[in-house]
Design a protein around this ligand. Structure first.
Ligand code: RB5
Length: 144
């Protein structure tokens, strides 16, 4: 199950994401927002972060105008590793190296074609399980 969340700035790109998930038979829970009416992105970041941390969803996708605010908000939750990606290389690296559990994207930064490549890469790339990467991920949460 994939948790989806966006603000008004990210809303236009969320349709592309949902179309991709529908076409590939991937289940999701849409935590909103559901229009281009102005809202506050932290609310949606929190809903998706909680859905991932509770185990209700395996991964999350968060979209705002830049992808910045909504991933900053999600990363305030211990155990969340949200990566704002602008290309497929970043999506691959955030899975292989950082075991990112939330993908962030900016609807005012990337187009739908790039978004689909990023999404596909994020969903299909496993964590490398490399010892040094595991160690660094543990260090992120230490002392928080
Ligand atoms: C909303 O105008 C915009 O600030 C928001 O979508 C996001 O880009 C914030 O980081």
């Amino acid at each position: 199950m994939i948790a989806l969340g966006c603000d008004h700035g990210g809303f236009p790109l969320m349709k592309t994401v949902k179309d991709y998930l529908d076409e590939h038979g991937l289940e999701y829970k849409d935590y909103g927002t559901y229009s281009e009416e102005s809202v506050d992105y932290p609310e949606y970041a929190k809903k998706v972060a909680r859905a991932v941390l509770s185990g209700e969803c395996d991964r999350g996708i968060l979209i705002c105008g830049t992808g910045i605010g909504i991933t900053i908000a999600a990363n305030r939750f211990k155990g969340i590793r949200a990566a704002n990606c602008t290309n497929a290389f970043m999506a691959q690296a955030c899975r292989e190296h950082n075991d990112a559990n939330i993908l962030g994207m900016g609807a005012r930064v990337i187009g739908p074609g790039t978004a689909v490549k990023i999404l596909e890469t994020f969903l299909n790339t496993p964590f490398s399980n490399g010892e040094r990467h595991i160690r660094r991920i543990h260090q992120i949460d230490e002392g928080v």
